[in-house]
Design a binder for this molecule. Sequence first.
Ligand SMILES: [Zn+2]
Length: 571
Amino acid sequence: MSGYVPATYPHRWLPEQVELKTWDQIEPWYRKLMDEPITSAHDLERWMITAGELNAAVGEEGVKRYIAMTCQTDDPAREAAYLEYVREIEPKLKPILNAIRARYLDAPERTQLPGERFAVLDRALENRRALFREANIPRETQLAELEQQYQKIMGAMTVTFRSQERTLVQMAPFLEETDRSLRQEAWELAAERRLRDRDVLDDLFDRMKELRIAVAHEAGFANFVEYAFKNRERFDYGIDDSIRFHNAVEQVVVPLMRKIQEEHKSALGLEALRPWDGAVDPLGRPPLHPFQDVEQLAAGTKTIFDDVDAELGAQFAFLRQEKLLDLANRKGKAPGGYQTTLEDERLPFIFMNAVGLDADVRTLLHEGGHAFHTLACRGEPLAAYRESPLEFCEVASMTMELLGARRLDPFYGAKDASRSNRKLLEGIVLILPWIATVDAFQHWLYTHPTHTRDERRTAWKDLLERFGGIVDWSGYEEERDHSWHRQLHIFLYPFYYIEYGIAQLGALQIWQRSLSNRGAAVADYKKALALGGSRPLPELFAAAGIRFDFGNEQIASLMTTIRTELNKLSP
Ligand SMILES: [Zn+2]
């Protein structure tokens, strides 16, 4: 079977069995680190590696407590242990990490380090320091509180449906029901509930906007857009590139999206596609049911990865064997799915809530891609380079969804495999315009800093017209005009969303290449993953054999391939 025996990374500076569970245990090690002498470029490089080793060991304590808590949220001891890390350890780490950064940046020996090797690290650390303003700390604290309020307001929304109180997350599955009047009822209830808080959410956003603009001005920027690009470490693309992405999506993706929606509408036999018609199967079939239990899910996924590449399959087998997967949904488990890294051992961990749905297969393929990324750059000595920019992390994961979808026979017969594959490809076409809408809206919000609520509403409406589909909102204009309130990124992570679009363009290119030369596509994918975060984004893309390009031609070529592949699939 596997033959995959991963390397181990013993500590070089810390004792192997060190306890780092409390601040009293942690702090002396940081003091010792700061006292280490540095007299040569070699010392400085070693010192950065040592700092990474200590940070990883401390960080792993936090990661382990997070995993433990999410695996069983109803255990108060686990929650207390995690919160203790967040409240007692994390805040004390921040000034120390600043001090480590300053010592590195100010070390005269730094000029003798090989520039090419350290360029990506240096630009990130210099940028962090350049953005830092003491005066912004209270503003950031206020922002964090407002962000938490958003979460609280959204989390508190419930409706009573079929005589049961349900959260809006719990309402989503009803939109897949084939009974149309039931879907409408469920959709209306949730939409009305959201609308009830529209003024609170608008107020909240206005306050966030003012604070963000103040943070940007304090840091010397003319507007928040420019600040946000630097704060998100967008060194390799600029505001113009985002605008180019919007235009390309409008011209070459929106027409295909509208065509797909037209097909759904006629398959459903409808006069008009209404807001509650988007999630149902167009042929009125019941949901796919790919597996009975998570053993079957893991075994089937292993077969798919084996087929993509023998080494990736062996790595996945290793994750199963080492119990680095927690896949089954059960009472008390936190919702959602994630891949995280046990930084000290340099091993991935996958968490999800599988219940037997098509989406579960896709989620495990996706998180598997993240895990391969973690494993691919384990050998990198500089901790900072074992992490990649988000725009490329999601290439690693989305590529596995696409390559995996070509061989779904462990879960489906030919017809169902086709249906699952179609859902994936259509889903990509439908999401890209939404990403452009959300991103373009934020550009508008912060380049019109003194806008009124009415102007904001009009701007959103215009963007929905520009990037939107054929959905008929008549009678629900109020709901439509406030539909941005649901997009948590606008409130919590400003400008963080286009990353998914950029990554999707990368994953689609690898998939496109794999259709004619799968061996080369997979080999280059693995080569690029192994670079971690050591190179700028365009070089990571180039190593994967793809282009870092958001232009019309590039996106049009991808849409043509999607259209061709969709035509080969049964409905
Ligand atoms: Zn992901």
